[in-house]
Design a protein around this ligand. Sequence first.
Ligand code: C2E
Ligand code: MG
Ligand code: MG
Length: 686
Amino acid sequence: MSTLFEFLPIGAYRTSASGKILRANAALVRMNGYDSEAALLAEVNEVGYQWYADPKRRQQFRDLLERDQLVIDFISEVHRNPVGDTIWVREAAHCVSNAQGELQYYEGTVEDITASHLAQLALVQNEERWKLALDSTGDGVWDWYVQTGVEYFSRRCKEIYGFAEGEIANRADALDGRTHPDDVAQMQRDREAHFNGEDDTYTNEHRILCKDGSWKWVLTRGMVISRDAHGEPLRMIGTHTDISARKNAEAQVWKQAHFDALTGLPNRRMLRHRLDNAIRHSQEHGEHLAILFIDLDHFKEVNDTLGHDGGDLLLVLAAQRIQNCLAADDTVARMGGDEFTVVLCNAGNSTHIKKAAQDILDSMATAFQIGSEQVFVSASVGVALYPQNATLVEELLKHADQALYVAKGAGRNRFSFFTPALQEAAVLRARLATELRQALPQQQFALVYQPIVHLRSGKVRKAEALLRWQHPQRGPVGPAQFIPIAESTGLIVEIGEWVFQQAASQVSQWQAAYGGDFQISVNKSPVQFHRRDTAQPSWSAYLQSMDLAGSSVAVEITEGLLLDTNSDVARQLEELRSCGIAISLDDFGTGYSSLTYLQKIAIDFIKIDQSFVRNLKPASTDLALCKAIIRMAHDLGMQVVAEGVETPEQRDLLVAADCDFGQGYWFARPMAVSAFEDFMVQSACE
Ligand code: C2E
Ligand code: MG
Ligand code: MG
């Protein structure tokens, strides 16, 4: 044996085929804990049993040698007999044969790799430990050999998707292949960003198809832990966290934020979103859109009569009917209350739009079955067109709203298209709203008085106070134009207070002139009941402070007010009446005339609306109606005023029908104070 053999820093040996050691170099002797080669050779006779910790290793070693004539990197645990411990060694060996090819002996090297091998084992154990730890937190662990495509999934990782051990192959595509098609691209982008170093870690949320066919949302996080010489990832490990609960909660929140809970329709926010998309789409394809604002007529009354559950059911049914009128591309959203908005796509021709609008109106025509009740409602629809009427969403919605306003004003149960004139009217309304704020402080208001004539005697013991606005630039603006604006801005509360106080001082003067039974009626808007100015004294207290009897004033209210069962309207009316103020029901017959309310609330006068009086002729329906109203009112202990009496024929028919009072141009127009006083002098002379 050469000196090289002797002085090799790693162990070297020669053994017989039977396992007897023939030679061992110094390094091997030392490695095995012996003092001399002789001691080693004397003691170790059967390597298989005496050296390898696992006796099978010797046979495996020989099998390899026989097969390949060569063994390399053969790693085993071996005994160090004199020391009594074990070490880890890496062996290489080959067969040495004679010229005839007969095996002479084995020759090989032994390297002590204990330190590095234990470190490696510790690492594996460590990994196992953290995999176990992660598994127990509910996260699944994956270990991916990027270049071979082999991937190990922990028990929990499989369990998340409903797979037992052995049901999923150790291949990357086993789970990747079950990723939701919509999520694949983003997952690949996120991986790439980590592979190329853009992101320190890999994170991605995606859906995976479970064994039972359902989808599960998972958050995956991972990191490349080794790379090849070119920097390409070799191995990556990471986790899967089941985030389905969070995703479902998020979806729920999103749904609540974008859909109406009652009808399930998109809400205002979602409509905006859809409309923005529809506009973008129509810009690209040159298509037209129509926006339909739909408002149920008199829904509030229905709601008050049926109760809120009934009202809710009606809305749900109405929503379904609207939806049934539309194509799949169209959107219907609930904007709140009884307001719906439709976005019609492909609205290039107006026949199509008109048909859709009419279909919606028609769909409301059949009765709604609400519990045991059959309820009828109608709808009003305002239409604005994109891009003809406006290109901005805000404008478009505003225009549809303006058109709706017109449909309502024109008598409801109809649709109306936006026109530029509407825009002008809307602009005027907005200006008037601003200017109306100045009207009271700048004393632009005045009251005129119209006599209310006792029909049989012709005597005037009452007058109605009617408000006039003398606009500094526009001239006189009629109440029909400014009262609705004052109502919608809330200014009516302040204005109404002024009207009352003005009328109170007028009646005080006229009672002095014409007698203590003279009465002025004042119109009071529903808004004044709902938004009462508590800083002001009550009307009864105010009259008292002026030494006036309650009966000096009558308050004219409209039918709509009586339907309001939710507010303390009834209490307020009762309060007025308790101090003698008369209650007069104005414009009777035009609203939601429900006779049952007449029994619930004490009313002194009913004012038959001028639309019935206008067409009074002998044997007409309107005469029949007037007669019926008068008879009913008398039966209930009320008196009747006929409004809009313009001809002596109308007056005669009303007298014959036993109507108590008449008011109208035939007697006198509404007049300023001095003209009214002249009128009173004249009528006293007649
Ligand atoms: P209203 O309370 O029904 O008042 C009667 C309206 O009919 C008055 O219109 C009056 O001028 C008009 N009129 C009277 N006789 C005849 C007639 O023979 N033929 C015709 N065609 N019309 C007649 P005006 O003054 O324009 O008031 C309109 C409405 O504005 C009133 O209807 C009332 O609802 C409201 N209003 C007027 N002043 C006030 C007010 O001070 N406060 C409130 N809240 N509303 C008011
Ligand atoms: Mg009135
Ligand atoms: Mg009236």
